[in-house]
Design a protein around this ligand. Sequence first.
Ligand code: FES
Length: 159
Amino acid sequence: MDQAAEENPGRRRFLGGVLATIQAAIAGTVGTILGGAVVAPALAQREESWLPAGPIGDIPAQQPTPVTLRIARQDGYAEVVDRRTVFLVRTDDGQVTALDSTCSHLGCRVGWDPQAGEFHCPCHGGVYDATGAVKSGPPPAPLARLTAKVEGGQVMVRV
Ligand code: FES
């Protein structure tokens, strides 16, 4: 052992404390950066809002009707508008359901085939019925259902 350190244990304790402080500062900085990178996107996705999707009178009963929602979000300093297509289905009791057009297999956009009364996915042949349930093909799950309501004759969809 170093003779100077043996002779001066206070100096060794002081240097140990300085090193511990530096390590704590580095760990705190790295933790803040990584934590922010992980938590910030999760918090950003939690922002939900109701968007107008058109008058209920424009949606024929039991006929899935595609509408495009414009979702504005902040991306850094710029405001970006995402477009999301959903199918609105008006039920006989005047309510409305909203189905996401994203195929649950690999994310292609499904289309409504009025003759067959089914949603078809152009990518791998997935088929869904009018409620969004899988009829055939590779999709592992039904089409995602979004919360929708009718307010003052206007369909509102929560995204
Ligand atoms: Fe739709 Fe594969 S992405 S069936």
